[in-house]
Design a binder for this molecule. Structure first.
Ligand code: GDP
Length: 315
C-alpha cells in the first residue's frame, strides 16, 4: 500500500509517545521547527501498558500522527537482569499504541525498532533484509522479540487495513537526556558516569567486556531529525535503517571519552561482563538514497553529551 508523499505535518496534532525518554524529548525539540501541535503525556499520567487507558486517551486527543518512541530500555546489563519487564512492557505498549492508531484512524504512525533486532551473526553492514534470518543475541533477546512483534504488527495492519504505518531501525543512540546510571544504562552514559566517579575518587576504571565490540553510535538529535524526515518522505512496508554509517570499538570510545573528560587514570577490561553482539553496523544505503545523512561527528556528539551531563546531571 502506498500513500501520497510528502506527508505534511503542518497543522497536525502529533503525539510523541515516550516523550520523556532521550529520543522522545529530542523529537519534541525537533518538532518545534514544524508547524504542528505536539502532544506529550508523562508516563505517570498514561500507562501505555493499559489498553483501555490508551484508547480513552486517543479518543480524547485524536492525534493525526504518532511517533512511537516509548519503551522500557536499558543497556546490556539491564536487559540481562530484567528480561521479563523488557518483553512485557515493550510488547504491551507497542500493541496498545499500534492498535489504537488503527481504531482511531491515525493518518500516520512511525514505529521505532532497534539494531539489536538483527540476528547476532547477521552479515555486516546489516541490510534490512537480514531481519529474521538467524538467532538473536541472547543478551537482548527479550527486548528484540518485543520490537520485532511491534514491527510485524505494523506491517500486518498496513497490509490488512491499509494503515500508513512505517518503521525505522536506529543504531545505538546517545546524547542529552540519556540514562546516566553507572550500571543500568548504555555504554556511553555508563562510561561517562563511571569516569566522572574515578576522576573524583580515584581507582581503576572498569570497562565491561573485551573492548572489541563495535557499534554505530548515532547522536540523538540526528536520529530525531531522521525520524521527522521519514515521517514526511517515506511510506512503505519495509523497515528502514537509521545510522551514521560509521562504527567505533568500545576501546576506541573509552579513548575518546578519556580525552574529552581529561581522564588519565588506570583502566581494566572486565571479561566477566558480556560483550553482546561483536559488531552492529547498519547499512544505511536506503536512507542515504532518500536524501538524509547524519550531521554530528562522534567527537562533537560526545562533547555535547558530556556538556549536558555536567550541567544537568552532575551539578
Ligand atoms: P548493546 O550491546 O549494543 O545492546 O549496548 P550497550 O551500550 O549496553 O553495550 C555496548 C558494548 O559496550 C557492550 O560490548 C558492553 O559490554 C560494552 N560496555 C563497556 N562498558 C560498558 C558500560 O559501562 N555499560 C554498558 N552498558 N556497556 C558497556
Amino acid at each position: 500500500m502506498t500513500y501520497d508523499l510528502p506527508y505534511s505535518l503542518v497543522g497536525k496534532r502529533v503525539w510523541v509517545a515516550g516523550s520523556a525518554g532521550m529520543l522522545g524529548s529530542s523529537l519534541c525539540r525537533r518538532l518545534k521547527e514544524e508547524d504542528c501541535e505536539i502532544f506529550d503525556i508523562p508516563r505517570k499520567s498514561l500507562d501505555l501498558c493499559r489498553q483501555l487507558d490508551v484508547e480513552d486517551w486517543m479518543a480524547e486527543k485524536r492525534p493525526h500522527a504518532i511517533f512511537f518512541a516509548a519503551g522500557t530500555v536499558g543497556g546490556i546489563q539491564a536487559n540481562q537482569d530484567r528480561p521479563g519487564e523488557f518483553i512485557y512492557d515493550n510488547a504491551m505498549m507497542a500493541i496498545n499504541v499500534i492498535n489504537s492508531a488503527r481504531l482511531f484512524s491515525v493518518e500516520k504512525l512511525l514505529i521505532l525498532g532497534s539494531s539489536c533486532i538483527y540476528p547476532r551473526l547477521a552479515k555486516q553492514p546489516m541490510v534490512e533484509k537480514e531481519l529474521l534470518t538467524g538467532s538473536l543475541e541472547p543478551t537482548n533477546e527479550s527486548y528484540a522479540i518485543a520490537k520485532i512483534a511491534a514491527l510485524k504488527l505494523g506491517q500486518a495492519f498496513r497490509r490488512q487495513y491499509g494503515c500508513d504505518i512505517i518503521s525505522a531501525i536506529p543504531a545505538n543512540l546517545y546524547g542529552p537526556g540519556d540514562k546516566f546510571h553507572p550500571d543500568d544504562g548504555h555504554v556511553i552514559p555508563g562510561l561517562i558516569s563511571r569516569i566522572e566517579e574515578k576522576k573524583l575518587r580515584g581507582g581503576t576504571l572498569v570497562i565491561w567486556g573485551t573492548g572489541k565490540p563495535q557499534r554505530d553510535f548515532l547522536f540523538v538529535d540526528d536520529a530525531a531529525d531522521a525520524l521527522v524526515f521519514l515521517m514526511k518522505k517515506y511510506s512503505d512496508e519495509a523497515e528502514i535503517n537509521i545510522g551514521s554509517g560509521n562504527v567505533c570499538s568500545i576501546a576506541e570510545l573509552v579513548e575518546i571519552l578519556s580525552e574529552i573528560m581529561d581522564f588519565s587514570g588506570p583502566t581494566r577490561f572486565d571479561l566477566e561482563k558480556p560483550d553482546g553482539m561483536p559488531l552492529k553496523q547498519l547499512d544505511i544505503s536506503r536512507l542515504t538514497q532518500l536524501g538524509w545523512s547524519s550531521k554530528k561527528s562522534l567527537l562533537d556528539g560526545l562533547k555535547a553529551t558530556y556538556r549536558w551531563y555536567c550541567k544537568e546531571v552532575r551539578n
